[in-house]
Every structure is written in structure tokens, then in C-alpha cells.
Design a protein around this ligand. Sequence first.
Ligand code: SME
Length: 158
Amino acid sequence: MSDKQQIYKDVRQRIEAIVQDDTDWIATLSTVCCELHAAFEHFHWTGFYRVVRPGHLQVGPYQGGHGCVDIAFGRGVCGTSALEKRTIRLDDVDSFPGHIACSSTTRSEIVTPVVTNSGEVIAVLDVDSDWPAAFDGTDQEALESLCAWLGSASRQNG
Ligand code: SME
């Protein structure tokens, strides 16, 4: 197991220990943001966009500088990830037409949708880095696993 995989394992254990059986959605998402953001040097903006009305993502909770508040499905990296229900990992944000630049220092990004057992997108997890090509397959695998856990039935109601 690589150092990074070990950190993800530790982060995941901490998150699950902290939230335990608490089903409050915002408390859970806040804990995830905090633990991820504090654990990794390459995470410069770490947060969620939640589906608060059909076809729209609303920012929060997050850690880092301000994020744009509302993103329609299909717009930017987050909206595309939500619409297409897939992770988008960009070594260079400028390679993605329509990338929404909330910070001019962002160079790379990974966005993973949170999908319920019934196939509904309820949020996306967005991580931005000021480093180019900051995210690799280990990040993607761990963040997808975390988002699958968040989307599982036990965490949806709060
Ligand atoms: N880059 C994202 C917008 C969110 S912020 O970077 C925090 C996008 O293109 O959807």
C-alpha cells in the first residue's frame, strides 16, 4: 500500500468514526471536507456541490477560497460530472472547455458524483489543486469509494 493509499485509509476510518450513525447530511459532508482538506497538501479547494433543486448544484460545505454558488447540470466540470454521473479528472483545467474558474491559481481538478442506490445524483465532490496533474488513479479510486459510501442508503436522510 502506498503512503497516499494509507492516508486515504486513515481519513476514511476517521470520517466513519466521527459520523458513526449520525445521519445529518451536512454534518457528514462537512466532516468529509475537513478530513480530506487537512490530510493532503495537494488539496487546495475541497468541497461539495449539492443538488438542492432539479438540475442545479449549490455550493457547500467546502474548505478553501470562495466557490461559485450555483452551477446548472451540464455546466463546467461539476455540472458535467453531475449530468453524466461520472468522475472527471483533469491534469490541466484549461483542457476542459467550459471549466468554471473560481480561482485563477487552480491548475488541476477532480470531480466525483454522489449517486444514490436508486441512481439519483445528490451531490458532487469537487477537489481543486494549484499543482498541475495533482490527482492520480489513487485519488480517483479513494474519492469514488468515499462518494459511493455517501450515496449509500444509510447516509441519505438527515
Ligand atoms: N471548477 C468547477 C467550479 C467549481 S470551483 O472550482 C470551486 C467547475 O468547472 O465546475
